[in-house]
Design a protein around this ligand. Structure first.
Ligand SMILES: [Mg+2]
Length: 323
């Protein structure tokens, strides 16, 4: 038994990406027959089957004073569906594992009511699950999806591609800001931003339409400033992103300016947008049939992201892997 490391004797990794990379060294071997293992929004089990998992933890991913139990149930499934969308797939079914702390049992029905609404809207039946006693409330959901074409990963971006994004960015961050600071709630659009923060909508239809046209794709869950370096690293390319080109609703600009932040930098660092971001040829942007905004380009060079535009020099310095 002497050669087994004990509790607390593993490596102290600097961040989530380093931790996952360290764990992948232990279990992430290439497995014959598995087209894609770790490193994308979902694993690809066979050319048409994708599989993902994501946890929402009380006090970390949600706060009881800011979201209802039904909101938490909705979002716990929606964030998984967003990963399925990033693979260009549609959901088949979900499993739900819940850990409950003291007194949480009576919250499960309210949580499941929101889960059910999201499940029905996106045609993803809940087919099983598990409940365990723990020190606090946490939901972990796993979704299996089916793709009609080879799912794109994060590793296919190539020089000459453009970087494009669906929808608009920053509303979830603005909604969270408005929940935390009541003085922002009188600003126009604050209620819509709060709704988007509480109940994000996965881009499933767009993802399936985009998949045949993209070289690489992922969802925007942690904010472009955190997510795009992952795509750049996986693809081994240099990305240049213009923060002034990001698609922002005017209400987000107003809330960002009220917080004295450059709107583009605010939206790129906010997170929880659940839009899709992709690398594709410039010609494919118009041909794909999905409204997109081009925000940058892919070039040869050291793998990383360079941000330009208002706010790039301050807020995103830590994310410039080329610096
Ligand atoms: Mg993701």
């Amino acid at each position: 038994m002497a050669d087994q490391p004990g509790w607390g004797e593993g490596t102290a990794h600097a961040d989530e990406d380093a931790l996952m990379a360290g764990l992948a060294v232990i279990v992430g071997r290439d497995t014959p027959g598995i087209p894609r293992g770790m490193g994308d929004d979902a694993a690809v089990l066979s050319p048409d089957l994708v599989w993902t998992v994501d946890a929402q933890v009380d006090g970390v991913h949600f706060r009881r004073d800011l979201s209802s139990p039904a909101d938490v149930g909705w979002k716990a499934l929606a964030v998984n569906l967003s990963d399925i969308a990033a693979m260009g797939a549609m959901p088949l079914a979900a499993l739900v594992s819940i850990v409950i702390g003291e007194g949480d049992a009576t919250s499960l029905e309210p949580i499941y009511s929101g889960l059910e609404v999201c499940s029905r809207l996106y045609d993803c039946p809940i087919v099983g699950g598990d409940v365990a006693r723990g020190s606090g409330l946490a939901l972990s959901i796993s979704v299996l999806g089916r793709a009609s074409i080879d799912p794109p990963g994060r590793d296919g971006a190539r020089p000459g591609d453009v970087i494009a994004v669906t929808g608009t960015l920053g509303e979830s961050a603005a909604g969270l800001a408005a929940l935390l600071d009541p003085t922002l709630r009188d600003l126009p659009g604050a209620d819509e931003c709060i709704e988007r923060h509480r109940r994000p909508h996965p881009r499933l239809t767009d993802g399936a339409l985009l998949a045949p046209h993209v070289h690489a794709m992922m969802d925007v869950s942690d904010g472009l400033a955190t997510d795009l370096p992952r795509l750049a690293q996986r693809s081994g390319v240099s990305l240049t992103i213009d923060l002034d080109a990001l698609p922002l609703h005017e209400d987000v600009c107003l809330i960002a300016q009220t917080l004295r932040r450059a709107p583009g930098a605010y939206a790129a660092t906010g997170g929880e947008d659940y839009e899709l971001v992709m690398a594709m040829s410039p010609e494919a942007v118009d041909a794909c049939g999905v409204p997109l905004t081009v925000i940058g380009r892919v070039e040869d060079g050291p793998a990383g992201v360079r941000f330009t535009g208002a706010g790039a020099d301050e807020a995103l310095r830590g994310w410039d892997h080329l610096a």
